[in-house]
Design a protein around this ligand. Structure first.
Ligand code: KG4
Ligand code: ZN
Length: 349
């Protein structure tokens, strides 16, 4: 089966073709960084308009790269949520109308399921069941992944997501949007022990909380700025490194606890913050200590992309109904819990 995947949930337009016989055959990604940077964050209406402008030529380009005609596709998968409603509607509209015109299924995909399964696109993919640390701009959670569509959230955030905390602290340090990768880059030159930031909810179950840490960072920045000499470049790098260390320590600690509690032998890292080098190194170390296999996709498959949507769509379409039926229907759900998902129909029956 050849599946076209379309991702437009937020500020990246992602398109890819996944072939169940050959793997990932072509992909393209367009970032909206330049569109949103002047505003310091994502402007939903501008995101939708940019997806509209980019999506159709990108689909044509990816099909050309894959050497495929439209008629050779078996399904069109698209991100149906969670995400920005206007942005979701752009991908959903194209996917549903294309699938209708071609007489093939349109497969609505949960964005977080795409992230969860992304490491399966790599060589030596993880096997079910596994524990997933899912850390993105909107979510921080630990998920017990039993099999495709059987997900139990064992740890969630009480307030900010990890990526959101990175982005907010980056803004406090006057770093340009998107903040997470910029802050990680600044941290490489800093002293992670200069500021003793809190490790929120340490040894208190699997819930995360990052808003108190963010406040502690803000107070430290204000104190530095008020001191003689002001907020120096050195201090900025030290704040970045100390903040990153606090987040990474917290995430590693929660993973350790969740692995102990669930007894699972594989840990999978997913979502944009999974691209963080420090986090990857520390979790690899944790895996070695506990005798647990740690899998993470390459950084480009941690952040939003079309390949993970094509792949998740392929997993769901593989055993399901191959014919498109009925009038086109666009599924777009801004809020949507992973736990609402069920296995594909053929699996259940
Ligand atoms: O998964 P993703 O691309 O989009 C969402 O589904 O939210 O995650 C984006 C988040 C942003 O908050 C971004 O700042 C963060 O991931 N991020 C990073 C890094 N790369 C992306 N955070 C820390 N270090 C990075 N290297
Ligand atoms: Zn994402």
């Amino acid at each position: 089966m050849k599946i076209l995947g379309i991702e437009t949930s937020c500020d990246e337009t992602g398109v890819a073709v996944y072939d169940t016989a050959r793997g990932l055959v072509a992909e393209a990604l367009a970032s909206q960084t330049a569109v949103h940077a002047p505003f310091g964050g994502v402007v939903p209406e501008l995101a939708s308009r940019d997806h509209i402008a980019k999506l159709t030529p990108m689909v044509q380009g990816v099909l050309a790269d894959a050497g495929l005609g439209l008629g050779e596709l078996d399904a069109v998968a698209y991100t149906a949520g969670p995400g920005l409603i206007g942005a979701l509607m752009v991908g959903g509209s194209l996917a549903a109308s294309l699938a209708y015109a071609l007489g093939i299924p349109a497969v609505p995909v949960h964005h977080m399921e795409g992230h969860l399964l992304a490491s399966m696109l790599e060589a030596e993919p993880p096997q079910f069941p596994f524990l997933a640390l899912l850390v993105s701009g909107g979510h921080s959670m630990l998920v017990h992944v039993r099999s495709l569509g059987r997900y139990e959230i064992v740890g969630d955030t009480l307030d900010d997501a990890a990526g959101e905390a990175f982005d907010k602290v980056a803004r406090l340090l006057s770093l340009p949007y998107p903040g997470g990768p910029q802050l990680a880059a600044l941290a490489t030159d800093g002293d992670p022990q200069r500021f003793a930031f809190p490790r929120p909810l340490r040894n208190q179950g699997l819930a995360f909380s990052f808003s108190g840490l963010k406040t502690a960072v803000r107070l430290a920045i204000e104190a530095e700025a008020a001191a003689p000499g002001g907020l120096t470049d050195r201090a900025r790098a030290d704040v970045a490194a100390s903040f990153q260390a606090a987040v990474v320590d917290t995430l590693v600690d929660k993973c350790r606890l969740a692995l102990e509690q669930t007894g699972l032998g594989t840990l999978v890292i997913a979502g944009g913050v999974g691209a963080n080098r420090q986090l990857r190194e520390r979790l690899a170390g944790l895996g070695r200590r506990l005798g647990v296999r740690v899998c993470y996709p390459r950084p480009a498959l941690c952040t939003d992309n079309g390949a993970m949507i094509a792949y998740a769509g392929a997993c769901r379409a593989r055993d399901g109904d191959r014919r498109g039926s009925g009038p086109p229907r666009i599924v777009a759900r801004p809020r949507w819990s992973l736990e609402e998902l069920t296995p594909p129909r053929a699996d259940v029956g």
